[in-house]
Design a protein around this ligand. Structure first.
Ligand code: GUN
Ligand code: FE
Length: 456
């Protein structure tokens, strides 16, 4: 029998499929030196008792207490790290005005590395404390501050995928906040990619550079083409915003006479390692192109309520075979919690299905078959995110990373309403998804390392 670095014993929840959650009751999770789950052993398994005998008294054996459960660490597919500084404010105007009035000014301040450090450290701590073990970040146009964000993720043990934002079109971006020109935008991106790949070598959990055209409206054709080439040359992840709002969607139609999906594809910006935020106005051809290229959607339901002018038809897009994960879109979405976004996913889908205008008759009010369940929202926050990024994360099964949150349902300040000692575990799972607060998230682990330990 191999030597394991750590053994964890307890009940875990992990997605089996978009609609089904597996309950792994009282399992042993055997973690190897690389921080991977080498064996997930059920109590009925022949090795269970001998593993227990061998490890139970050792320091590297972790037994969950009564009322505690393992969940996979959450995967946030869309975070604007600098916008953490304005989270919870500035949600009173449409996207185009919001960008120009509030967001570009605050992002421009990240040329100051001291300010960047203060905000980025606080954000990474906050995301970890909310159970987010992997984040796909937009930083700012500044190469140094973007690298600083990757360094902070590396140091704190979060799996960070970080992009230096490109916005080089002088027609669509303010003078105080844009790349100097197309050449510098591409050169800075290339230097950033090389630096993050170098940094990654010293981390266990990995940090990754991401090619990041902000969205088509902020980029010239030359930048979009050059970024597609850089992504291919270095085999990086790619992220952008796609067909988010009426305005952003129609801007691209006017410029290219096609939808974002096909325009991005022409520039080499779709693919297995590409994640596009929002995508609310994808038509069926766009969705098919996403499915064929392996491009994923980062669904940000709280942000969508403010800026997207619509609800993403998650159920329909899943049926079309598109990969979907969940994003906070801090600060278009005010909350850093994927729990909050999972809850909003379900609620928004119900409003889409039923419709919202009481003056319409019931049969005309909504879009049938649009509802998703809390199980599906959990899938988006975990397994769906892992598949979107093409990484072995988001599931508590063999050959996946040991990225977990330990949830305590009995914390006095945030006790979950569980009154029956034999309550059905699938009901406990639903209570966790709907009611957990950061107080309940006692420990967070990434790639076999403890990265958050809540003390109060
Ligand atoms: N489109 C371009 N930039 C942004 C941004 O920062 N947030 C959102 N929600 N949409 C965008
Ligand atoms: Fe965004």
């Amino acid at each position: 029998m191999s030597e394991y670095t750590q053994i964890f014993r307890g009940t875990a929840f992990s997605s089996k499929s978009p609609k089904e959650v597996l309950v792994l009751k009282d399992y042993l999770f055997c973690i190897n030196a690389d921080g991977m789950i080498e064996k997930a052993v059920a109590p009925e398994h022949v090795d269970y008792q001998s593993l227990l005998n061998r490890y139970q008294e050792k320091e590297n054996f972790h037994q969950l207490a009564d009322g505690q459960y393992f969940l996979p660490g959450f995967i946030d597919l869309h975070v604007h790290a600098p916008q953490w500084a304005q989270s919870g404010t500035a949600l009173d105007i449409p996207l185009y005005d919001w960008l120009n009035t509030y967001t570009f000014p605050i992002e421009s301040k990240f040329s100051d590395l001291d300010f960047a450090k203060e905000v980025y450290e606080d954000l990474v701590n906050t995301l970890l404390a909310n159970g987010t073990t992997t984040s796909l970040y937009f930083a700012t146009v500044h190469k140094e501050a973007s690298l600083l964000l990757a360094e902070i993720c590396a140091e704190k043990g979060q799996r960070g995928l970080v992009g230096k934002v490109v916005m080089d079109d002088p027609e669509q971006t303010p003078e105080f906040y844009r790349d100097a020109n197309t050449q510098t935008a591409l050169a800075d991106t290339e230097e950033f990619i090389i630096a993050v790949k170098e940094l990654a070598k010293s981390t266990k959990q990995g940090v990754y550079p991401v090619v990041t055209p902000r969205f088509i409206p902020s980029c010239t054709d030359g930048a979009l083409k050059g970024l597609g080439e850089l992504a291919a040359k270095y085999d990086t992840h790619i992220q952008s915003h796609c067909s988010e709002s009426d305005w952003a969607h129609s801007y691209v139609q006017e410029r290219f006479n096609k939808n974002d999906a096909f325009a991005l594809n022409d520039f080499g910006l779709l693919g297995d390692k590409a994640v596009m935020a929002h995508c609310n106005f994808l038509n069926d051809e766009d969705a098919q192109l996403f499915a064929e290229t392996g491009t994923a959607i980062g669904h940000c339901p709280i942000s969508n309520a403010y800026f997207a002018n619509s609800v993403l038809p998650v159920a329909h897009l899943h049926e079309k075979g598109v990969d979907i994960g969940l994003g906070t879109d801090v600060s278009g979405g005010f909350s850093p919690s994927l729990y909050d976004n999972a809850r909003q996913t379900v609620m928004s889908s119900r409003m889409l299905e039923d419709g919202v205008d009481p003056n319409l008759s019931a049969d005309k009010r909504g879009l049938p078959n649009s509802r998703v369940t809390i199980n599906e929202a959990f899938y988006l926050a975990t397994s769906g995110g892992g598949e979107s990024l093409s990484l072995p994360i988001g599931r508590l099964q063999e050959n996946y990373t040991w990225d977990v949150q330990i949830i305590d349902t009995k914390i006095p300040s945030a006790k979950l309403p569980i009154f029956d000692a034999n309550e059905d575990l699938s009901d406990i799972f639903q209570k966790i998804m709907y009611l957990v607060r950061p107080e309940n998230i006692r420990e967070v682990w990434v790639q076999g390392n403890k990265v958050h330990n809540r003390i109060n």
